[in-house]
Design a protein around this ligand. Structure first.
Ligand code: BEZ
Length: 247
């Protein structure tokens, strides 16, 4: 998914910062086995390990896993697909921050998550929910359509009811769920463009490099009234949080 760990860490560290309170919700205990699903460069895996848990991080991107291994020598990381993974030893918890909105179909990821939890194990996750980055993606899709391009959205931003139903269908009992806005400051004047260059690449695959510059400007102009203010660009993030148990 992401192939540029340095850029990800330099310009998008708010993803990890926002995940810190999900680590608090996880409240890992000494000796617990925790899977960090979509661990990226491993910052949150390290925070979980600092509580005394044994953490395994998996991510689809080999580049991210390489960066995680370089930074956090004592931790265990592996390349893995959220739709197709299994472990022989069960986990006490599966933790996932800002990953599952990239994973379609969601049922496949939830089946793997449920299968790798031991009895009483918990699933603690945050992903983009309904309305997430709607202003940005609407403008991108409109501008691409004006240029004759009609890409599929790479994202899955479910409503709370839809996602909790899928979690329950996977065999987990939902104990907590919340859907809430989190307007997110994107650093610097180029913040929105940096975000699009990092995260919207799959939408702009058919766009030539010379057209890209003009596309970014058109999107910036379209969303400026809604998303620029108070000293910068703010992405219109909406989060979905879930805590569920395997009984
Ligand atoms: C998110 O964390 O909500 C997100 C990140 C990149 C693209 C789309 C959504």
């Amino acid at each position: 998914m992401f192939q540029d760990p340095k850029r990800y860490q330099a310009k998008h560290h708010y993803v990890t910062a926002a995940g810190a309170d999900l680590v608090e919700i996880l409240a890992a205990q000494v000796g617990e086995r925790v899977l960090d699903l979509g661990c990226g460069t491993g910052q949150l895996s390290a925070q979980i390990a600092a509580a005394g848990a044994e953490v395994v991080g998996i991510d689809l991107s080999a580049e991210m896993i390489e960066a995680a291994r370089e930074q956090f020598l004592g931790l265990s990381f592996a390349v893995g697909d959220a739709r197709d993974f299994s472990f022989t030893e069960p986990f006490d918890a599966v933790f996932s921050n800002a990953t599952l909105h990239w994973v379609k179909p969601p049922e496949e990821a939830l089946a793997c998550i449920a299968a790798c939890l031991g009895q009483g194990g918990r699933f603690v996750a945050e992903l983009g929910g309904a309305r997430n980055v709607a202003t940005i993606s609407r403008a991108l899709i409109d501008q691409l359509a004006d240029r004759g391009l009609h890409p599929q959205s790479p994202w899955y931003f479910p409503r709370l009811g839809e996602y909790t139903r899928l979690v329950e269908q996977a065999g987990l009992r939902v104990a907590y769920a919340s859907h809430f806005p989190r307007p997110t400051l994107l650093e610097g004047e180029s913040g929105l463009r940096d975000w699009m260059e990092m995260f919207a690449k799959t939408l702009t695959k058919g766009v030539s490099p010379s057209m890209l510059e003009e596309l970014w400007k058109a999107v910036e102009n379209a969303v400026r009234p809604a998303l620029y203010g108070d000293g910068g660009w703010h992405a219109d993030y909406w989060r979905l949080r879930v805590v569920a148990y395997k009984e």
